[in-house]
Design a protein. Structure first.
Length: 450
């Protein structure tokens, strides 16, 4: 964090949000932020927050994938120091759109994303790329000891133990952007009176290198992970084969990118979130209960040892969780309404139907076996979702591909039941094992498409 005059183009900010000039130019603490995935749903929400709070955030790095037109628009508004795109062709395309005097440095590919996550001009990194592509930049951000706001859940699913161990070693805090994990963090961190990130080392919470398999706190008894249930909650399984991408992309409560929207329809999103919660909060999978809550008002709940349950609520708007992850412990004014409880009348909770949505069982198995199996589950899901979006497979085949790939995998495992107490401080697989397992799972899942 540095103290500088806000370098915003005040006229630009004024045009967009009618800011009073006196507000926009005052001298204040500004967090310099890198956004990886700036053209996506999370990235765009984050940029809206930055525009609403120019006194808090200066965007110094923007990284996208293919959408250079939108990135160019963002560059014009936010004037970052560097921008990153998927490949050299996209970099050339971006250069051709931007004015020659833009002064921005443009990079591409894996090295570019790692640079975006670790650049010297950055205090905080929002990791909002989709899929496995997020892992290496996340590790680069940890290495560079940045404040991390993590939306890319795939990072923690693939290599959560390794990532959390590295974060603990480097003294880096990872703030969750996923609304459920933000909710859990808010319930645990704020209400128990022990801001667990502040006391991370004493509590060993969010610090799986110390003891990845055993709960280190004695007050959190249960995590109730809420799920909207997706658009097919009430669709009979026999009809699943008729589901087309356009049906599955129509999420009832959240407006998100296409991959996570399909994941929500299969409940694979919740499966990924189970693993994410196990890794992030260092709780055993048996302490996590998924509960379907179609209104998406309760974003998750935590049950404590005295029988109390604390829930975090709000309208489904990702800006809350994104801004909290970036500005913790401060809460920013986001002009978001409260739910109208009287109109809602009641909040609905249901048991998930595992016979229709086996995804949750995949996650439990992945957590129990650990090792490289979660990475395999994630990779098989990415291949299956892509195939479904390209109309190569039908909806139920997503489950078949993931299940078969997981069953075929020869795990480099660290099974919860068999691991010895003396071995609990070590992680018995490496990042290379994870990367190899990811590659193997992609090839295997691809071969299962037909
Ligand atoms: N959306 C939500 O409400 C939400 C909620 C919780 C968690 N998340 C998580 O946040 C992440 C982003 O979700 P999203 O909904 O924002 O996704 P999205 O709308 O699909 O956006 C994905 C972003 O990642 C970029 N990207 C895609 N593939 C890439 C690659 N191989 N290398 C580099 N960049 C790449 C895209 O760039 P281009 O568009 O320029 O190609 C885009 O900026 C996911 O991990 C998701 O699970 C999202």
């Amino acid at each position: 964090m540095i103290k500088i005059d806000t370098p915003y183009d005040v006229n630009q900010v004024k045009t967009i949000y009618s800011y009073r000039e006196s507000e926009a130019v005052r001298v204040c603490d500004i967090k310099r932020v890198s956004i990886l995935g700036s053209t996506g749903s999370i990235g765009r929400n984050a940029l809206d927050i930055a525009l609403m709070h120019p006194e808090k955030f200066k965007i110094t790095v923007l990284a996208a994938g293919n959408n250079v037109n939108l990135l160019a628009e963002q560059i014009k508004i936010f004037k970052p120091e560097i921008a990153v795109v998927l490949n050299e062709r996209k970099a050339d395309e971006l250069k051709s759109i931007l004015p020659s005097n833009s002064g921005i440095e443009i990079y591409w590919g894996d090295e570019g994303y790692k640079l975006a996550a670790s650049h010297k001009s950055v205090d905080a990194v929002l990791l909002a790329m989709v899929g496995a592509a997020g892992l290496m930049p996340a590790l680069a951000a940890i290495d560079a000891q940045k404040h991390i706001a993590l939306a890319n859940k795939e990072t923690l699913v693939m290599a959560g133990e390794l990532v959390m161990a590295k974060a603990a070693e480097k003294g880096v805090k990872i703030y969750p952007v996923d609304s459920e994990h933000s909710a859990i963090f808010q319930c645990i961190g704020e209400k128990v009176g022990q801001h667990f990130y502040a006391n991370m080392d004493e509590n060993n919470f969010n610090n799986s290198s110390n003891n990845p398999n055993k709960k280190n706190n004695n007050y959190v008894k249960k995590i109730f992970l809420t799920a909207s249930g997706g658009p097919f909650r009430n669709t009979p399984f026999e009809k699943f084969k008729d589901i087309k991408p356009e049906h599955a992309l129509n999420h009832p409560t959240w407006n998100m990118g296409s991959k996570i929207t399909i994941d929500s329809a299969t409940l694979m999103n919740k499966a990924l979130e189970i693993v994410e919660a196990v890794r992030l909060f260092n709780v055993p999978v048996s302490d996590i209960e998924v509960i379907v809550h179609p209104q998406s008002i309760v974003h998750s709940m935590v049950g404590f040892n005295d029988g109390s349950i604390i829930a975090q609520m709000g309208l489904p708007d990702m800006k809350s969780a994104i801004s909290y992850a970036l500005s913790y412990p401060e809460r920013l004014d986001l002009k978001i309404d409260f739910p109208d409880f009287a109109t809602l009348g009641h909040l609905i909770f249901e048991k998930p139907d595992i016979s229709k949505f086996p995804s949750l069982e995949f996650a439990v198995e992945a957590c129990k076996q650990g090792g490289t199996l979660p990475a395999v589950m994630n990779a098989a899901n990415e291949i299956a979702v892509n195939a479904f979006l390209n109309n190569e497979i039908d909806f139920p085949k997503i489950f078949t591909i993931i299940e078969k790939t997981m069953k075929m995998h020869r795990n480099i495992e660290r099974h919860e039941d068999i691991i010895k107490e003396s071995e609990r401080n070590t992680i018995s697989y490496t990042l290379d094992d994870v990367i190899n397992a990811d590659k193997w799972a992609r090839e295997t899942a691809t071969s299962l498409k037909f």
